[in-house]
Every structure is written in C-alpha cells, then in structure tokens.
Write a protein that binds this ligand. Sequence first.
Ligand SMILES: [Mg+2]
Length: 236
Amino acid sequence: MATMKRVLATDIDGTLIGHGGEQAVRDYLMEHPELGVIYLTGRTLSNAHAIICRYGFPTPLAIATDVGADIFWGPNLEADEVWAFEQRRHWSPRRLRSALSEVSGVIYRGRSSHWRIAFELEDPQLLTRVQQCLTEHHLLVRTLWYPEELRLDILPCTALKSRALQYILRRIRVKSENCFVAGDAENDGDMLNGHYPGVLVANGEPRVRECLPEWIIRSQYPGAFGVLDALRQWMS
Ligand SMILES: [Mg+2]
C-alpha cells in the first residue's frame, strides 16, 4: 500500500459525476499522483469500479461501497475482511425480513447488494411504524429512505461513510487534517461533519447544507467543478 501524505475522500454520484467537469477533475487528479484518492459511495463495488474506469479516474487507494459497509483496497480491490466481519456482527437479514413481515403495507423488494435490503412502503406514513417495529425487535440497522420511490433500504447500523473513512485513514496513517472530503447528499452528511476539511458541492442537499461545520467550503460550483475548485484551494 502506497504511503500518502494527503488524500481526497470523495463520494461519486452527484459529486464527482453528473454535473460536468468530470474530465477536468480527472486531469487534475492525474497531475497530482501524490494525492491519494478514496472513493466512498452507495454503489456496489462492480458498479463503482465501472464508473471509475469509464471516467478514467485514478486507481483508488481504497473504495468504501454500500455507504461504507464494505471496504476494498486498491489497486487490486481486495476486500477488507476485518471490516466485513465488523458489519456481520450486527447484521441479520433473516430476522429483519421476518420482523418487517409483521407490518402490512411493507413489501420486500429484494437485496440490491450483499448489505442492502430494499422494501417498498405502500404509504410514507408507514415509516414510523417500521421504525417502531425495528426497535421492538432490537434490530439496530441503518435506514435510507427514498421518498420519490417509496423505497426504504436497510443496511447494517455500522454502514456509515464516516466510520469507513476513519478506519481507512487509520490503516494508511493519514491524519484527519490531511484528508479532504467531498460530497453532495445525506449519506455524505456524517463524513462532512467530521473533523476534515472539505467541500459540499453546489448541488448539495439543503438538509446537509444546514448542519455543516463552518470550515466546510460551500462551493458555488456543482459536482466535479465544485470539487476541483475547492481542492485547488486546499492543495495550494
Ligand atoms: Mg452523492
């Protein structure tokens, strides 16, 4: 594993891709190989890796997938078994499905990855009932609600980008002040609320914007343009 002094820890969708500037940020990162890149994404590994290849982004130092449930180390993308074990300790998909089968109007929609179980709620009001049910069954999990699709994804309670990032930085011995974080959405909130310098891109969610620490740059540019602009300021 290469020793890096400084790293960029970035989300992919809505941050590195989706708003233009992908090539500019790619070129900048390629010109600065001394800056390691850690990707933290809600995507699965194959999905995330395909995007990194498609845009020609740098080989990852590490990728945290499924919002931090899994960690893979670059360049060979080896799974971090210690981390996976951590997740498994708190994870019981069978108990989860059986508990939620008691709530009518909650439909199991399958597993979109090893760590992510999707349910459809016939009515958004059921969200409270679901949370109650999880508590009653002592199921400690992380829920991600997508109101447009009435979809509720459930992951291990430890699936958090901030936790995965902390673990990665400890392993590569990079201090938090030398890690620049970039994100746009709710699942980046915990990472942006750490002790790291970083940026919320202009298309960032208002809910995330409201509770950011004051040192996080609120970029006026969306997506990769925002990352690039803020990163340049930090690197200089
Ligand atoms: Mg995003």
